[in-house]
Design a protein around this ligand. Structure first.
Ligand SMILES: C[S@@+](CC[C@H](N)C(=O)[O-])C[C@H]1O[C@@H](n2cnc3c(N)ncnc32)[C@H](O)[C@@H]1O
Length: 247
């Protein structure tokens, strides 16, 4: 059973593409006339020229909108495609879930005729700059330490890659891990947490004390006092990175 058959039941409720991040991803894809989306989930960020979405979870496939690109149930490590099958291949917020990263990246490079685009995060930056894991949920930060892929390792597997910071807007529409950096109350909502694998996989018992401390700090105004600088910002670099490589 694919991990997102368990984690992904309500994914589409809180994980919708953000238009500003979409623009950055689409710019990175350049003029590719055909795109394969690997670890596609519900289809966020797929440009109209997407020819195939590859996704192992039936629960995620079932949440793809009508009229989205054709999709196949498969894993990155064994793509059901020939060599040079598409101009570009993208893999967004998925590589940290793969069982064999090197095999999966080799498959992306085999299938991409011209370009590979990967969205991931730099854990060293994330755990330092994102107040939630730094100040309240050290268990979640420790869990991420075990699964985050160092961006330099990823770049090396890609045969060298340009790394672009992806700044997270304060009103980001896509509810991924740090999307609510300026909306702290959101993390107290179980529906929001259900769309973020970091919380689901760390476990509710482990994060309960940190969430209780956050609740208290929001009630007393301590959080707002400590983070007055954040409240004045429109976007934040929390460590998300787009890796772009040409073959
Ligand atoms: C956080 S979701 C991201 C989905 C989508 N790319 C997005 O940006 O919304 C991670 C996805 O990776 C998929 N995944 C997990 N293991 C995978 C593997 N070995 N190969 C391909 N996809 C995988 C999951 O099923 C899930 O849909």
């Amino acid at each position: 059973m694919a991990i997102y058959d368990t984690l992904g039941a309500t994914y589409g409720r809180t994980r919708r593409p953000d238009s500003r991040i979409a623009a950055q991803i689409h710019a990175a894809l350049g003029d590719a006339a055909s795109v394969v989306n690997v670890g596609a989930g519900t289809g966020s960020y797929e440009p109209p020229r997407t020819v195939l979405a590859v996704e192992p979870s039936q629960v995620m496939l079932a949440q793809r909108p009508p009229r989205s690109a054709p999709a196949v149930r498969a894993v990155a490590e064994r793509l059901p495609l020939g060599d040079d099958a598409a101009d570009a291949v993208m893999a967004l917020l998925t590589v940290h879930h793969w069982t064999d990263l090197a095999a999966g990246i080799a498959e992306l490079r085999r299938v991409a005729r011209r370009r590979v685009v990967v969205l991931t995060w730099d854990q060293r930056i994330f755990r330092e700059r994102f107040w939630l894991v730094r100040d309240y949920l050290p268990q979640a930060a420790a869990f991420d330490d075990t699964r985050a892929i160092p961006t330099d390792r990823l770049a090396a597997l890609l045969g060298g890659a340009r790394q672009e910071p992806v700044h997270v807007p304060h009103d980001c529409a896509d509810g991924f891990g740090a999307a609510y950096w300026r909306r702290p109350h959101a993390y107290l909502d179980p529906r929001v947490r259900a769309g973020i694998s970091l919380f689901a996989q760390t476990g509710e018992d482990a994060i309960a004390p940190g969430l209780a401390a956050l609740t208290a700090d929001l009630e007393t105004g301590r959080w707002h006092h400590r983070h007055a600088d954040l409240l004045a910002r429109d976007s934040l670099d929390v460590g998300y990175r787009l890796l772009v490589t040409d073959s």
